[in-house]
Design a protein around this ligand. Structure first.
Ligand SMILES: C[S@@+](CC[C@H](N)C(=O)[O-])C[C@H]1O[C@@H](n2cnc3c(N)ncnc32)[C@H](O)[C@@H]1O
Length: 318
């Protein structure tokens, strides 16, 4: 158990937890150069959510560039920036935000380390394109000498009992007993209505997603900063592992929510999905809803599933 600290509304390096109620540029300007070890965030996607005003893409990117520039100033020489984004949806087409944000980071001299694909299984059902089931985390560092702790985030191998069958190590286990590198495709459930972490915030990070970044890119007592804090998830993941956490949030009810969740985390009452728990498989669990109520093969003469009006009951497509 780590020492419990109070939540401060203003930044000072002597603090441990900072929830700044206001614009992230206001918080960033109080943060000294090169003092943050990990900056991780999911910015507004400019898609008209309740907490954002839809802007011309160019204006949105200019605003993002101003925040990113300040983040880079505050990032430590061995630090990491992880920007988690999905798609901007234009009139008739989508623009993956990582593709248009990438030049902002590279023009500031940052080096990309991974483009992590975060795959999840729930979301809107599209009718004119394939439904979106992944977003990305683009990870950049300031230098080649960056902090990366792989051991705390290793995951079990598929075949841990595999042995070398020839050579000097014949008969010995061939894989690392601590597990394998989790790779750059992460299958982690997103926070939808059945998720144990769901709050009123419409686009929360699952805590386990950020825990993996915190454990691999920071050491204890390092600072983790989230300029677009939302419901406070990045700070939760930071303090859970003995790091310091800071973030800014403009919407009052989310500031309150973040503080409430931080206090619950400190009291040990915050319910979260544990890291590395396998994704629930309704078939394996014998959920009876996995059996289709219609015949598995079309009746003679019926050429399509929806041919006899079955589709009329279905209202999921958007
Ligand atoms: C995509 S959400 C982040 C959700 C967060 N990852 C979580 O786990 O809850 C973006 C958040 O940024 C906030 N926001 C938008 N503009 C902001 C700004 N200029 N400064 C600080 N927060 C801002 C929004 O109110 C929203 O809660």
């Amino acid at each position: 158990m780590f020492e419990q600290h109070s939540i401060s509304g203003t930044f000072a390096t002597s603090k441990h937890i900072v929830v700044y109620p206001g614009d992230c540029l206001g918080l960033l300007k109080r943060i000294p150069d090169e003092s943050m070890q990990l900056i991780v965030t999911s910015p507004p996607y400019n898609i008209g959510k309740e907490y954002e005003k839809r802007l011309k893409l160019r204006t949105y990117l200019e605003q993002q560039a101003a925040v990113i520039k300040e983040c880079v100033r505050t990032l430590s020489a061995r630090g990491s920036i992880c920007w988690q984004v999905g798609n901007y949806v234009g009139k008739s087409s989508i623009i993956p935000l990582d593709t248009v944000l990438y030049p902002i980071f590279s023009d500031l001299g940052l080096k990309m380390r991974n483009r992590i694909v975060w795959h999840f299984e729930h979301g809107l059902h599209c009718s004119k394109r394939f439904s979106g089931r992944y977003e990305t985390i683009i990870w950049f560092t300031k230098s080649d000498d960056y902090l990366f702790n792989l051991d705390p985030v290793r995951v079990p191998q598929k075949y841990p009992g595999k042995k070398y069958f020839k050579g000097p190590n014949a008969g010995k286990y061939s894989c690392n007993p601590l597990g394998k590198n989790p790779g750059d495709v992460w299958v982690i459930p997103n926070v939808k209505s059945n998720h144990v972490e769901k709050t009123e915030h419409p686009c929360q990070f699952p805590v386990e997603l950020i825990e993996r970044l915190v454990l691999s890119m920071t050491n204890e007592d390092d600072w983790v900063l989230d300029p677009f804090l939302g419901s406070g998830t990045s700070i939760l993941a930071a303090i859970r592992h003995g790091r310091r956490g800071a973030g800014a949030e403009t919407v009052g009810k989310y500031v309150e929510l973040a503080c409430k969740r931080i206090k619950e985390e400190q009291a040990g009452t915050l319910r979260t999905r544990p890291m590395n728990r396998p994704v629930y498989d309704p078939n394996e669990s014998g959920n009876r809803l996995t059996a289709p109520p219609w015949p598995s093969k079309p009746d003679e003469g019926e050429t399509s599933l929806f041919g006899k009006g079955l589709g009329k009951e279905y209202s999921g497509a958007k």
